[in-house]
Design a protein around this ligand. Structure first.
Ligand SMILES: C[S@@+](CC[C@H](N)C(=O)[O-])C[C@H]1O[C@@H](n2cnc3c(N)ncnc32)[C@H](O)[C@@H]1O
Length: 199
């Protein structure tokens, strides 16, 4: 196995291990949310960007779709055919089960992004990438080569990403919290205590 493959397979195992914890924390929340017809998890400022793309009827690929709630939201917002790709078996299983339970017509495929089969090449109007994808990729050029191959001639790439570091900062909806103070745990904070970016 190449070093490249070893890297992505290690991520597959890590995400399969992590998913039960995510599911324990969030599954009830997503099930309840999708009981509301037309539910979408996509909020501002991303929503305005999505609206500017005119996704109505568009064929969308979501790479690194995890449990599929964003792709199901795009479908609820009017997208056409929707296909999600993710390396985690557990994430894809959760996505497939929820989409089928709520009758939301999305397809989910378990695959390493680098190995997406050729039958999907040139198929999509939009490739959608959202927060938490790019940082897992061992080769960013090869990744975008694959992403480009999925698009049709007039296809568009949509990226709504964040630097992983920002995950350690307070979320925007917390009041009275210094937005530059690290409050979430990370390996470094265990070692060095908390940081204050104002200092
Ligand atoms: C932070 S999560 C997904 C983020 C998504 N925006 C969300 O909020 O659900 C990152 C996902 O990338 C997937 N992933 C990591 N490396 C991958 C690869 N090489 N191919 C496909 N999926 C990969 C993981 O399995 C995981 O589900």
């Amino acid at each position: 196995m190449s070093d490249f493959k070893k890297f992505t397979q290690a991520n597959r195992e890590a995400w399969n291990e992590a998913m039960p914890h995510h599911q324990k924390a969030n599954a009830g929340k997503w099930d309840k949310a999708f009981e509301t017809p037309g539910f979408s998890v996509i909020n501002e400022p991303e929503l305005s960007l999505i609206n500017s793309l005119n996704i109505e009827g568009q064929k969308i690929a979501h790479v690194c779709c995890n449990n599929g709630v964003e792709l199901m939201s795009l479908k609820n917002l009017g997208a056409g055919e929707c296909i999600g790709f993710d390396i985690s078996d557990a994430a894809i299983q959760e996505a497939q089960e929820r989409a089928s339970r709520f009758g939301i017509a999305c397809e989910f495929v378990q695959t390493d992004i680098y190995d997406i089969p050729e039958k999907y090449h040139g198929e999509f109007d939009i490739v959608y990438i959202s927060i938490g994808c790019l940082g897992w990729m061992p080769g960013i050029q090869r990744f975008f080569g694959k992403v480009t191959s999925l698009l049709n001639e007039s296809g568009e790439l949509f990226i709504y990403e964040a630097h992983p570091f920002s995950e350690m900062l307070p979320s925007d909806d917390l009041d009275n919290v210094d937005p530059l103070k690290i409050i979430e745990p990370c390996a470094a904070s265990d070692q060095f205590g908390s940081f204050d970016l104002n200092k």
